[in-house]
Design a binder for this molecule. Sequence first.
Ligand code: MBD
Ligand code: FE
Length: 269
Amino acid sequence: MINNRVLTVVEDLERTLVEFIRKHRVTHAEYRAATDLIIAEVQAGEMSLLFDVFLEAAATDVGNQDREGSVEAIEGPFYLPGAPWLEGPRHVLPQRPDEAGIPLVFHGQVTTEAGKPLAGVELDLWNADAKGLYSQIHPGIPDWNLRGRFRSDDEGRFEVRTIVPPPYEIPKDGPTGTVLNALGRHFFRPAHLHVKLRHPHFGERTSQLYFEGGPYLDSDVANAVRTELVITAQLVEDPELTARYGLDVPFVDARYDFVFAPSPAVSDG
Ligand code: MBD
Ligand code: FE
């Protein structure tokens, strides 16, 4: 059966690309180099990295135009479904006993647009380790390291401890790196936390939070920073406070409150 949406966008994409090939007099060798690049991308385990770096933020912006509540951000190529459920109430992402990096306590509240707390929202977090590497993507890291799920409490509040991720550097020696090199661009994304929220009625949202004052906020290689997603982080050194989190070293405290609005197609009930 013909799908009208597919018909509209795929035929326009086809027209756009055929026109593009003629306009730039793209040769067959160049055409084949492009298809080879996409095959190499998947074979190198970079998954959707190439597309996510160049295009994902535009698609995310389109979704944000039609929806109230907290803005969404790009998912990126390294999300994995099925992360372990964590014990509460002080959730800690799975990490090595000697996990490098400053501990980060990320907390906040999930509410509706009307400010009603949303309990039982599933939060699914993942971030890079202190070397900028993601578990199950980059080798040598225990499975599910710095990936985990938990739910907001009765007041919609949540808390999780992880480590402060560094800026993320796109692999230089892979196919996406080859393209960025050819364009003379740098390879960095600002430091970020990825988080998905799920609610049985409101659906799923994908967010990503950045840290105020950090490098590359204005020059993200994926052009995905939105000011609403930049949070302030404070170093906490008070031993009484660090002990509360089972820590004997200073940690960074960062807060973000999610406003979970229904999708345009779903009513608030
Ligand atoms: C990431 O961690 C990421 O979020 C994106 C968009 C691209 C590469 C790595
Ligand atoms: Fe990332």
